[in-house]
Write a protein that binds this ligand. Structure first.
Ligand code: GDP
Length: 297
């Protein structure tokens, strides 16, 4: 089933994408620095294809979020990759707030030349403004809440601010829009789409579980087969192919229906949940050397 469409139901229609692009362009006009969240397990697959065109030449920070769920060696490689593209990049775990201070410092550093330009032009200095963008579920709200945490001052409804939107003070002369910009995921690329499903970045009703699990297990067999042996107490000789692995795991976990037959669907969901929550270990699915990245296209 290699060529099977994974997404017969796609939630992002061209009209929605065009509208999202317009909204993001509107938001971007109001900010000086853009923060884009990527999933550290899939830095390429979780990137939005039109992001670079949309933000123009504003300073752009890439956050590899959920770094706690990614392979640290691979995260290092991705950081080098983005740096080689002259992008500012930082790995974070927004759930616990790791990397928060470095992020604020990075935005402040990028803000300095902007503020200097204002001074030179005789423009009255104001706070530097920033926005967080990313596909659904990448951790945008979690990060905003971390940054806006204790001590943050909300500055809604000040002159020059759109009603209903709030700017949160997050550092020296630094404000963050408290509404994140939602980018659409790369569903037209089947490999990216499968990985977005594996990591839980797209809702469970729009992909084919069977095919996604098949690909997830094949990937794990390539990059970290030991995790299956350890987590499910399998023997090495049981790692034959995805269907037999699912069957063994189902049996181990007691996912049985009458007659001792394995409830394959239940076993599949266990594997998926375990991968997503990091119980199969920190595993990165996108490799730097796999293919060219969209910024080079
Ligand atoms: P949003 O849709 O981009 O706003 O994503 P959310 O902030 O709602 O986060 C989606 C899920 O990812 C939630 O269950 C968060 O707890 C979780 N999450 C966010 N950041 C991290 C992180 O850095 N590490 C881990 N392990 N989970 C995270």
């Amino acid at each position: 089933n290699q060529n099977k469409e994974l997404f017969p139901v796609v939630h992002w229609f061209p009209g929605h994408m065009a509208k999202a692009t317009r909204m993001i362009q509107e938001h971007i006009k109001k900010v000086d620095v853009v923060i884009e969240l990527l999933d550290a397990r899939i830095p390429r697959s979780s990137a939005n294809p039109v992001m670079i065109d949309t933000i123009g030449n504003k300073p752009h920070i890439i956050i590899l979020n959920k770094a706690d769920l990614a392979d640290p060696m691979m995260t290092k490689q991705w950081i080098e990759f983005f740096k080689s593209k002259q992008l500012s990049v930082l790995a974070m775990d927004s759930k616990v707030g790791n990397g928060k201070k470095q992020l604020i410092k990075l935005v402040e550093t990028l803000s300095e030349p902007i503020m200097n330009r204002w001074v030179q032009k005789g423009i009255r200095p104001r706070s530097v403004r920033t926005i967080i963008l990313g596909i659904p579920n990448v951790g945008k709200s979690t990060l905003i809440n971390q940054l806006a945490g204790s001590g943050a001052t909300r500055t809604a409804n000040k002159p020059g601010h759109t009603r209903g939107q709030q700017w949160v003070k997050i550092g020296k002369n630094l404000e963050l829009l408290d509404t994140p910009g939602v980018l659409w995921p790369k569903l037209e690329d089947q490999r990216a789409a499968a990985r977005l499903a594996m990591t839980g970045s797209i809702s469970d009703d729009v992909y084919d579980l069977e095919s996604v699990i098949q690909q997830l297990i094949e990937t794990i067999l390539t990059i970290h087969p030991q995790s299956l042996i350890e987590r499910y107490k399998l023997k090495e000789e049981q790692l034959i192919d995805a269907p037999s692995i699912i069957e063994h795991i189902g049996r181990r976990r007691g996912c049985l229906v009458s007659g001792g037959i394995v409830d394959i669907d239940k076993a599949r969901r266990i594997i998926l949940t375990d991968y997503r929550s990091g119980k199969l270990g920190a595993m990165t699915l996108d490799r730097v050397d796999e293919e060219r990245y969209y910024v080079e296209d």
